[in-house]
Design a protein around this ligand. Structure first.
Ligand code: HEM
Length: 489
């Protein structure tokens, strides 16, 4: 009987299920918001859903009433696999606060120097890889993110893509993306299916869940058990996980389980997201050479040619900061954040929001709102530096990293990685469109795919050292890092 927010009319029983597209839902939701407003109601197979499409609506509900909207919708398939023990999908409770506290503490000022040192070391190893095989830059980016995260969380050196932990983690990420894709498994729409016997037709998802669970449990436990054994022998490398184990030798089984899940979630949450942002950087550089020239000029003026950029240069590089803001805005990595869930009945602007309602924040729509960002589909770093109509465009990071009690706890790490990649790559390489067989530049297709995490569709680009001196410097860095001995070049 209560008044629900406006929204597109659906069909009996299935509601709006047939109207919600399987890809780029954010663009469809943004178009619907033009008709129904920034606070819109949908129902999919009887499940209530609210879509928020303005800074005010998002802030009013997800930030100011954060305690009510801090939960996640329950996904049956993810639960069967065990993914909802990991941080991003876990229900909101006392334990979840602890999970977030552990991550935020680990990435806080106490460990900033160590984290920055890891970044600078791994960047020095990235450059020779790119110099030697620029066409494999996608793999090199993936290696970089894995090697930074696993050095920090497990004290583990990822040499190459054959690394056991790296391979397991990538399999888990692929499984995760497959599981949370909209309507990927019928059991998420009809949860009772999970109670049917295995022989019943249509229950093939159970075998899939079992396989995926095995991989997730291996990723979660194998590395943790190794570190636990090393801690017992007093031989553990310093790391986030070793620190968790050492700091609580009398931990309860509940605490131990929580540590395992936090430790395993780190890479799962950090990898595809950071990799996607770095890939967008390469794509933007190939598409917008004038932005690249301006960014390189700023780096050259501040850093010079005798050294590589470091974190201490950050405050002196405003154009780079503006470019990074555009990377977050132009094609946001998580276009609709991760869905939240109302934990109790609520009322907003005179409309009812039922308990259990899924709440989606359409970050993409805000980041492409022409009243906030004129020419939203163009990359224009100057929009943050020069006032238009008496104001600068707002910082997109307010929306790119999510909201309230579920906002991204890894933002500092993501921003550090992105800053160092952008500055170091621009200091050393030129990026341009790929060349055809006759040496003429080919057109680049700037399309994006994926659903919860959006990433550029596979693209090539031409990456060359900015000078022979730089190429020699990078080769000598490779010798110092010993990467040649390890057969990486
Ligand atoms: C460019 C890179 C990244 C972007 C754009 C990004 C963005 C986001 C977004 C939008 C959310 C959902 C927030 C919400 O539900 O309101 C999220 C959640 C999360 N992110 Fe990130 N993230 C990035 C990198 C990282 C990194 C490096 C870590 C490493 C620790 C991380 C850890 C997490 C975790 C654990 C969650 C779940 C938080 C929770 O449910 O309480 N993210 N991220």
């Amino acid at each position: 009987q209560k008044r629900l927010p406006p929204g597109p009319r659906g069909l009996p029983l299935i509601g709006n299920a047939l109207q919600v597209p399987a890809g780029r839902e954010w663009a469809t939701f943004a178009a619907w918001a033009q008709m129904y407003g920034d606070f819109m109601y949908l129902s999919v197979f009887g499940r209530p859903m609210v879509v928020l499409t303005s800074p005010d609506a998002i802030s009013d509900l997800l930030e100011k009433r954060g305690t009510i909207y801090a939960d996640r919708p329950k996904l049956t398939m993810s639960g069967m696999i065990g993914h909802d023990d990991g941080v991003p999908l876990a229900p909101y409770d006392r334990q979840h606060k602890e999970r977030r506290r552990l991550i935020l503490n680990a990435l806080g000022p106490r460990n900033a120097t160590e984290m920055q040192q890891i970044h600078e070391d791994k960047m020095a190893q990235l450059l020779p890889r790119i110099l030697e095989s620029p066409s494999q830059f996608h793999q090199h980016i993936r290696w970089l993110v894995a090697s930074i995260v696993y050095q920090f969380t497990h004290g583990h050196v990822v040499h190459d893509s054959h690394d056991r932990l790296f391979q397991l983690a990538d399999q888990v990420n692929q499984d995760f993306a497959r599981t949370i894709a909209p309507a990927a498994f019928l059991v998420d729409i009809f949860p009772f299916l999970r109670y049917l016997p295995d022989w019943f037709p249509g229950t093939g998802f159970k075998a899939v869940a079992k396989e995926m669970r095995k991989t997730w449990v291996r990723l979660r436990d194998e590395a943790y058990d190794d570190i636990q054994a090393q801690v017992a022998k007093g031989m553990a490398q310093p790391s986030f996980t070793a620190n968790l184990i050492e700091s609580n030798p009398e931990r309860t089984p509940e605490e131990d389980f929580l540590y395992r899940n936090v430790s395993a979630s780190f890479y799962a949450a950090a990898s595809d997201t950071t990799v996607s942002a770095i890939e967008s950087f390469f794509l933007i550089m190939a598409l917008y050479p004038h932005i690249q020239t301006k960014a390189q000029a700023e780096i050259d003026a501040v850093v010079g040619s005798a050294r590589l950029p470091t974190f201490s240069d950050k405050l002196k590089l405003p154009y780079i900061e503006a470019l990074i803001k555009e990377i977050h805005r132009w094609n946001p990595v998580v276009p609709m954040a991760v869905p939240h869930r109302a934990m109790q009945d609520d009322e907003y602007r005179g409309y009812h929001i039922p308990a259990g309602c899924t709440v989606i924040a359409n970050s993409w729509a805000i980041l492409h709102d022409p009243t906030l960002y004129p020419d939203p589909f163009e990359v224009i770093p100057e929009r943050y530096l020069i006032k238009t109509d008496g104001r600068r465009n707002p910082d997109p990071r307010a929306w790119a990293f999510g909201y309230g009690r579920r906002s991204c706890p890894g933002q500092v790490l993501a921003e550090d990685t992105l800053f160092l990649v952008v500055t170091t790559i621009l200091a050393t390489f030129d990026i341009s469109k790929p060349l055809g067989p006759d040496g003429t530049p080919l057109e680049l297709d700037a399309t994006y795919s994926g659903s919860s995490i959006s990433h550029p569709s596979r693209f090539e680009c031409n990456i060359t050292p900015r000078s022979q001196d730089i190429a020699r410097l990078i080769k000598s860095m490779a010798d110092i890092a010993g990467t040649q001995d390890a057969g990486l070049l």
